[in-house]
Design a protein around this ligand. Structure first.
Ligand SMILES: Nc1ncnc2c1ncn2[C@@H]1O[C@H](COP(=O)(O)OP(=O)(O)OP(=O)(O)O)[C@@H](O)[C@H]1O
Length: 253
């Protein structure tokens, strides 16, 4: 079974500890929301877990293999990564950008096998981009472009998805539809780890929430167990009411 695992993972930069002793596991069937304030260390944790950033201590493995030692292609077949910063080197059509997701299988845009082309079409359709397939990406709105990047990640057909703020630029409807797509992916046998800043969205969709504060994971469990007014006060410094998976933020503390 696909598995992303960190054990006592630490990340240091310029003598600052960005991630401290992080223990995290992602397997298929789970939609894990990683929550925490700006600067808590979420991106650093994801990048080190995937072997994209050097760890200073601990372990990070993908399917039991040291994630730092995987080649980009080996990694891409195991996990699709949607980074927070999503630069596009040059304007290209939506379809060609989504096709970059097939890199894991050696495909290049313009040279797709039948299987590659099918995966690209499915990802485009899933993300509601069918009418935009031939548009140049520099003509898209921020929200449309965000969906193109989601489609690119899905085109890889990796068993795991790690997405850093995938809904940041999206309007409410597209936030929900993107999270619906992630949920479908999980229900179809995938596993997803998603950084979110919207607690209500996390409460609605996550099977588990991992809470981070000041470089540490401070709680990890289903919303029913870990989402409490006390937690929101501790992590975000806000006063909130919690009723099951419904949250009302009343103000700051
Ligand atoms: N190379 C680096 N050198 C020094 N500090 C760094 C470096 N990379 C990140 N940091 C700092 O580490 C902290 C954690 O950053 P990180 O991006 O992991 O946080 P985050 O929880 O993802 O934040 P956000 O929600 O704002 O995206 C921040 O204070 C950031 O400025």
């Amino acid at each position: 079974m696909a598995e992303l695992l960190t054990q006592d993972l630490c990340v240091t930069a310029d003598a600052a500890l960005l991630v401290r002793d992080a223990n995290l596991r992602l397997v298929p069937g789970e939609l894990v929301a990683l929550l925490g304030p700006n600067g808590a260390g979420k991106t650093s944790l994801l990048r080190a877990a995937l072997g994209l950033e050097k760890r200073s201590a601990g372990l990070a493995t993908l399917d039991g293999m040291d994630s730092e030692k995987l080649s980009p292609m080996q990694r891409a077949r195991r996990v699709a990564y949607l980074p927070q910063q999503r630069p596009l080197a040059w304007p290209n059509t939506v379809r060609d950008v989504v096709a970059l997701g097939r890199f894991a299988y050696g495909a290049a845009p313009g040279k797709l096998s039948l299987k590659d082309a099918e995966a690209v079409d499915t990802a485009i359709e899933r993300c509601g981009l069918t009418d935009l397939g031939n548009r140049n990406t520099d003509t898209l709105s921020g929200g449309e472009l965000a969906r193109v990047h989601c489609a690119r990640a899905f085109a890889a057909e990796a068993p795991l998805l790690v997405a850093d703020e995938p809904v940041a630029a999206l309007d409410p409807r597209h936030q929900f539809s993107t999270m619906d797509i992630v949920r479908q992916f999980v229900e179809g046998g995938g596993g997803a780890l998603v950084v979110l800043h919207d607690i209500t969205l996390a409460a609605r969709y996550a099977t588990r929430i991992v809470w981070m504060k000041q470089s540490r994971i401070v709680a990890d469990g289903p919303p029913e167990q870990t989402l409490t007014p006390e937690r929101l006060a501790d992590i975000y410094g806000v006063r909130a009411r919690v009723d099951g998976r419904t949250i009302e933020i009343e103000g700051t503390l």
